[in-house]
Design a protein around this ligand. Structure first.
Ligand code: DX5
Length: 220
């Protein structure tokens, strides 16, 4: 089993020096940056828009993915692709016409992902596999960093992995929420190849590089 990729969430970063933070994360050796976009409606928190993502784009070479925790994501898909996100992830809970939304993301030239909250099933997934590049299994209830990992989601991660393996498409399985040195290996064993990590990277007492190295060690 190959080692998973570390996707750094900047939700808990220092917003007064965001470009420096993404530069630090790149230097620490993470594989991607995830932007947790929140509208204060779908989730009880409000974060940043495409302009902030675009302002940080020129500073690093890392792939950017937008995790849209917003109602009506179709209204902002093009903005985040234009801002430099190569992957756009929408929540199935916010899409009236998920197949069309995923197709719209791909038509914009980006990779299309769908995220599911802890209580949401994957029953929809077989009908959109041909539009999917990524499935994000939330291992916390969305809205905030630093929450406790919901281990019961590992069965859903494995279900998503089996679905992806049945498809001809290279669909990546991602987990997000409470991922740290103590939970990363279990989520990887369950089938996740992309691990979104926020607090465990940003708040590590020895810094981002040490945090990334610690994660790589437990995943080796
Ligand atoms: C929740 C967010 C968080 C964030 C990472 O809506 O999506 O999961 O990315 O948070 P932690 O701090 O748990 O790694």
């Amino acid at each position: 089993m190959t080692a998973p990729a570390i996707v750094a969430s900047v939700l808990g970063a220092d917003y007064s020096r965001l470009a420096a933070e993404v530069l630090d994360l790149q230097a620490a050796g993470v594989d991607r940056i995830q932007w947790d976009v929140m509208d204060g409606r779908f989730v009880p928190n409000l974060t940043f828009g495409a302009a902030v993502v675009g302002a940080c784009r020129p500073y690093v070479d890392l792939p950017f993915e937008a995790h849209l925790m917003v109602e009506d994501p179709d209204l902002v898909l093009a903005d985040f692709v234009s801002a430099g996100c190569g992957t756009v992830i929408v929540h199935v809970e916010t899409c009236q016409h998920l197949h069309r939304t995923l197709s719209n993301i791909r038509d914009l030239g980006a990779r299309a992902g769908v995220a599911v909250n802890p209580s949401t099933s994957l029953d929809f997934a077989p009908y959109v596999l041909d539009q999917l590049d990524q499935i994000l299994i939330m291992t916390v209830n969305p809205g905030f960093g630093g929450q406790e990992y919901i281990g019961a989601m590992e069965d859903k991660v494995s279900e998503a992995r089996e679905l992806a393996d049945r498809s001809e498409r290279p669909i990546q399985i991602e987990v997000d929420g409470g991922i740290s040195a103590s939970t990363a290996a279990a989520s990887h064993r369950a089938g996740a190849e992309l691990l979104v990590v926020g607090s465990a990277l940003l708040n590590h007492p020895s810094g981002k590089r040490a945090a990334a190295e610690e994660l790589r060690e437990v995943l080796a």
